[in-house]
Design a protein around this ligand. Structure first.
Ligand SMILES: Nc1nc2c(ncn2[C@@H]2O[C@H](COP(=O)(O)OP(=O)(O)O)[C@@H](O)[C@H]2O)c(=O)[nH]1
Ligand SMILES: [Mg+2]
Length: 165
């Protein structure tokens, strides 16, 4: 079994902790508390007959925790950068998290995951704009769009991740 340390990063309230809860319990929590410091979760994932053990570190995206969280990045093998499809602003700030991680870890494999697809208004945030902004962060970085509420594409997050690791 391949064991990897994964950092789950992105601005506050985009749905990082809810995604992990959904993976672990299969339920949607409409009212997660905001993450203080960090939390670790182990997630097993099978792909093409291979088993991965992802040790996922969920961090606090709020700006006041910046100095704490950069310490948690060290030693990560890969990262999932999360934004919310409900918040075009959160997509813009994903770049800051990308840069923080590159500063601490170098260019480790990363993917971008857009959460809350159940609340996505495509007129506010067309997919062409998402692609543009993502290409601006890093060319050809894989991305996926999912919902922890209705479960749509929830598996695509790890499908994308295994493509890059
Ligand atoms: N509708 C919807 N709400 C979500 C989804 N994911 C998270 N949320 C809600 O968004 C809020 C913030 O989520 P949280 O996981 O705490 O964000 P974090 O700060 O990135 O960890 C909570 O009220 C969640 O219930 C989703 O896929 N769909
Ligand atoms: Mg959280």
């Amino acid at each position: 079994m391949k064991s990897l340390r994964i950092i789950l990063a992105g601005p506050g309230a985009v749905g990082k902790t809810t995604f992990l809860k959904r993976l672990k319990s299969g339920t949607f929590d409409p009212d997660t508390a905001f993450t203080i410091g960090f939390e670790e979760s182990n997630v097993k994932y099978e792909h093409n007959g291979k088993t991965f053990l992802f040790k996922i570190t969920d961090i606090s995206g709020q700006p006041q925790f910046k100095f704490d969280r950069i310490g948690y990045y060290q030693g990560s093998d890969a990262a999932i950068l999360v934004f919310s499809l409900k918040s075009p602003r959160s997509l813009k700030s994903v770049k800051e998290f990308y840069n923080e991680i590159v500063d601490q870890c170098g260019k480790i494999p990363m993917i971008i995951a857009g959460a809350k697809s159940d609340q996505w208004n495509k007129e506010d945030l067309p997919e062409s704009e998402i692609k543009e902004k993502i290409d601006d962060i890093q060319e050809k970085i894989p991305y996926c769009l999912f919902s922890s509420k209705n479960g749509e594409n929830i598996n695509s997050v790890f499908e994308k991740l295994v493509e890059v690791i």
